[in-house]
Design a protein around this ligand. Structure first.
Ligand code: ADP
Ligand code: MG
Length: 854
């Protein structure tokens, strides 16, 4: 702009100067030269003068800020139609416009004014209504007003309940605040702590999850928050709830009291106690949809279906098969369900990419999945409640709640992942018959419009047999299924609302079978819990039950788990599902995300026995014990003892005591009838001696037998692994050969066959969080080669016909030269492929291709 003005002035003065110069001499060239010298002197004089008059930048900004502040008192938010109607800095307006935000949404219009004036605000508005900008704009303006610099340290703190939400908010902040010079940082678990520690003290705006922030407050000596101007809690009710209680209290202790506080959520807290914890000063409560008929977006269509627990897998599969072009999020109750069902659904090849997001994934994987799902046009994301709040995935068509949410609030947040910002969306809730009544009451109370739909049972495709087959093939898969089973039951058991969640109403054998398991794994805590029920046998006291529950959920009774319990905060393996926050994880277990912070070993402890395949009959014991009211010695041990790993000796002792034949697999109904016999998936390597002949326990024999079994298992395992390695190697070699041959075929325009879409989709979906590579997900090289040949020959066939069906020989002879060449190669086959390279070069090529493939 300045450059253009200068240009106009220059051309405007020039004729006058030139006329004056012309009076001194008649030589136009000489005059022109004189004029040029004079003009350049004038120009530099003007420049110098302007420089002297020019205000320093800081002073210009100060004047601007003064003008803005004057406007604060007279601003009328009711009339604000555009963001520029607010007294905002040019930098913020520029950032908003650059990100295509022109007009404020209702929550932004109603809260930005209060927040600019420094008031504490409690903002509530439906999901997808633009709450993020409602706090980001005041944050930027607050620091701008004070001309915050790196030396001032932390000025604004934005706390989110999950890493994904923090990441998303950080990205919006970067976009909208790009014209400001503040430094901003994303402080979430799963990242390099050291790296964060080095920068955190110079960061002006921090977007974080509570646990990681507290960790820095505790461990990073250079970091302090004593200058903090503004604190924001996004999803405030979640951050203020039990799960984050201690972490948040500890954080708030480190913050100055004279700060501004903004709380936002779709389900806002009104609890005076909560607000007192944050020492809010006369907060402004803004609830834009208070009078709205419904608490969910008007563009959201909601329905529910009632089905039995064992029908859910089929229902999900059928749903996916009938929504192949959609973007869907499926919510599950726990990580183990997501882990297991994600794997088997990938193998079932539903025809749509499947992704999984849960708290047990590595941070890199979580970000990768998040980005992947953002990009994809059609995909199904299996997720736990880490994806329930705040996430703004674009264009999600469906939210399917596979498991009943903890409460109506969780329901509202889950369905809020679709129908965002004026878009449409659909939501389907799956309820068990036992959950229907109480859940619907809650939803009605919270003004959620939902109607029941029926599913035609004939349209359900059963996948049970396929799952059984997968489980028979892979031991790991079977273990995952068992963990899924136990974890789900535990999640139901730990739910607070017993009107909705009653674990004793679940039909366990059917549920186990629907997961592909032959029989229900033993779930010890259920036996214990069964005893606590009225009439369920000699019960422990309430405190004991509470203590037992706390143990189940991984915390000490009545208190939050310490950092140590949660694995030191930065440890991914101990991630709670709501993020990674040390300290937050365990208590959140009592709520929705309860079951998420258990680790694999924890789960195994609830399974039958450590080596299920040896003592498979333990699976039967689950039902047996149910019948007997849990009269075995397990029930007498304390919870602490229960957590201990059982020794082989103990296992052997128990088996013998029960006088069951080792390796005999039976399931019993409550009446004691044998309902099923299942051949062992993995038999005991060493046959047991005839137990019937031994009265009492022959410990030496049992010990020796277990030792030999160990050896056998190890050998077997080793053999299996070697075999697998060989198979993988062979596959890779084949794939490399196929690649080379494909390239040649392409070169010669012979028309190579593309990988089928289905295979591609299954392969993409099939990859998992850095775990073992499953060679079976590769397209079969042999089949692929066949299909290449087929495609070439079919092309040939078409051409032959177009030439009037002449004999094949004559047809081929008359084919154009390049085609002939291609056929020649094809006839020779990939083995006889001449790459034109030496043997060593060939090998190098293969290695290179392998490197790409893996
Ligand atoms: P909430 O936090 O209320 O669930 P978000 O802040 O995530 O909602 O915003 C939901 C969507 O609306 C986002 O995609 C965001 O880009 C969009 N959005 C927010 N404010 C505006 C606005 N003023 N103009 C246009 N789009 C907006
Ligand atoms: Mg939000």
């Amino acid at each position: 702009m300045r450059g253009e003005t200068k240009g106009r002035r220059q051309s405007g003065n020039a004729p006058k100067e030139r006329a004056a110069a012309a009076q001194q001499s008649r030589d136009p060239v000489e005059n022109f030269e004189k004029w040029k010298i004079k003009y350049s002197r004038t120009k530099s004089r003007v420049k110098q003068q302007r420089k002297r008059n020019k205000k320093p930048e800081w002073q210009v900004e100060r004047d601007n800020i003064g003008r803005l502040l004057n406007k604060y008192s007279e601003m009328n938010v009711q009339d604000a139609v555009k963001f520029s109607d607010f007294p905002l800095s040019k930098k913020t307006i520029g950032g908003l416009l650059g990100a295509q935000y022109r007009q404020p949404t209702e929550i932004q219009r109603q809260t930005v004014g209060f927040a600019l004036r420094g008031r504490d605000v409690l903002g509530a508005a439906k999901t997808g209504s633009g709450k993020t900008l409602a706090f980001l704009v005041p944050v930027l303006e607050c620091l701008y007003r004070q001309q915050w610099t790196a030396e001032d340290g932390l000025g604004a703190l934005i706390i989110s309940p999950t890493r994904e939400l923090a990441y998303q908010t950080y990205e919006v902040l970067r976009k909208v605040g790009k014209n400001h010079e503040f430094s901003a940082g994303l402080i979430i678990g799963g990242k390099d702590l050291q790296n964060e520690s080095e920068r955190i003290h110079r960061t002006n705006i921090i977007v974080c999850t509570p646990g990681r922030l507290l960790q820095h407050m505790d461990e990073t000596c250079t970091f302090h928050a004593s200058n903090l101007q503004i604190l924001v809690l996004d999803e405030a009710d979640r951050i203020l709830d039990m799960g984050f209680a201690e972490t948040l209290n500890a954080i708030v202790e480190n913050l100055p009291r004279t700060r501004q506080t903004l709380l936002f959520s779709a389900t806002q807290t009104k609890s005076v106690k909560d607000l007192a914890r944050l020492s809010l000063k006369d907060p402004e409560y803004v609830w834009v949809h208070e009078k709205a008929k419904f608490s969910t977006p008007a563009t959201l269509e909601q329905s529910y279906v009632v089905c039995e627990l064992h029908q859910k897998v089929d229902l999900l599969f059928s749903f996916m098969r009938s929504h192949l072009q959609k973007k869907v999020i499926v919510f599950f109750a726990c990580c183990k369900e997501v882990q297991y069902l994600y794997r088997v659904f990938c193998r079932l090849r539903p025809g749509i990419p499947v992704l999984a997001l849960h708290g047990k994934q590595q941070q890199m994987k979580r970000v990768e999945v998040y980005d992947d799902f953002v990009r994809k046009k059609a995909a199904v994301l299996f997720a736990t409640d880490i994806a329930a709040r705040g996430l703004d995935f674009p264009a999600v068509n469906w939210v399917l709640q596979y498991d009943c949410p903890e409460d109506a609030n969780t329901y509202i947040h889950r369905v809020g992942r679709t129908a965002r910002y004026k878009e449409g969306g659909e939501a389907l809730l799956i309820l068990l018959p036992s959950e229907e009544k109480a859940m619907l009451e809650q939803l009605q109370e919270r003004k959620v419009p939902i109607s029941r739909i029926q599913v035609n049972p004939k349209k359900l495709s059963s996948v049970q047999q396929k799952l059984e087959a997968f489980l028979a093939q892979e031991k790991e898969q079977k273990e995952r299924a068992q963990r899924c089973f136990v974890s789900y039951l535990r999640s139901v058991y730990l739910m607070k609302n017993k009107d909705i969640f009653d674990v004793f109403q679940l039909k366990l054998p059917e549920y186990a079978r629907s997961l592909g398991l032959a029989m229900a794994p033993k779930v010890r805590f259920l036996n214990k819990a069964r005893q606590q029920r009225p009439g369920g046998g000699a019960g422990d006291s309430d405190e004991e039950l509470e203590s037992f529950r706390a143990q189940l959920s991984g915390s000490k009774p009545g208190e939050q788990a310490s950092e140590e319990d949660a694995g030191g905060g930065g440890d991914d393996s101990s991630d709670s599902d709501d993020g990674e926050e040390p300290g937050s994880s365990a208590v959140s277990l009592l709520g929705q995300g309860a079951h998420e912070d258990e680790d694999d070993d924890g789960d195994l402890a609830f399974l039958t026995v450590k080596r299920r395949d040896v003592f498979e009959q333990e699976g039967c014991r689950f039902e047996e014990e149910g019948k007997a009211g849990g009269e075995n010695e397990d029930e007498k041990t304390t919870p602490t003892k229960k957590a201990e790993k059982e020794s082989k000796f103990k296992e052997a002792k128990k088996v013998m005591k029960r006088k069951l034949r080792v390796n005999t697999k039976m399931a019993f109904t409550d009446d004691g009838e044998v309902v099923q016999q299942w051949p062992p998936i993995q038999r005991a390597a060493v046959p047991a001696p005839d137990e019937e002949e031994t009265s009492g326990i022959n410990m030496d024999e049992a010990r020796e037998r277990l030792r030999r079994e160990d050896q056998e298992f190890d050998k077997e395992e080793y053999r299996r692994k070697v075999k697998e390695k060989h198979r993988e190697k062979r596959l890779k070699e084949k794939a490399a050969r196929r690649e080379a041959s494909k390239r040649h075929l392409q070169e010669s325009n012979a028309g190579s066959a593309d990988e089928s879409e289905e295979e591609l989709v299954a392969y993409l979906g099939g990859s998992d969080d850095g775990e073992e590579f499953d060679p079976s997900t590769l397209p079969d090289p042999d089949r692929h080669r066949d299909s290449e040949q087929d495609s070439v020959s079919s092309e040939r066939g078409v051409r032959k016909r177009s030439r009037g069906g002449s004999s094949s020989d004559s047809g081929e002879d008359s084919a154009p030269a390049p085609k002939k060449k291609a056929r020649g190669r094809e006839a020779a086959g990939p083995e006889a492929l001449d790459t034109g390279l030496s043997l060593a070069e060939d090998e190098e090529l293969v290695l290179h291709l392998l490197g790409h493939g893996s």
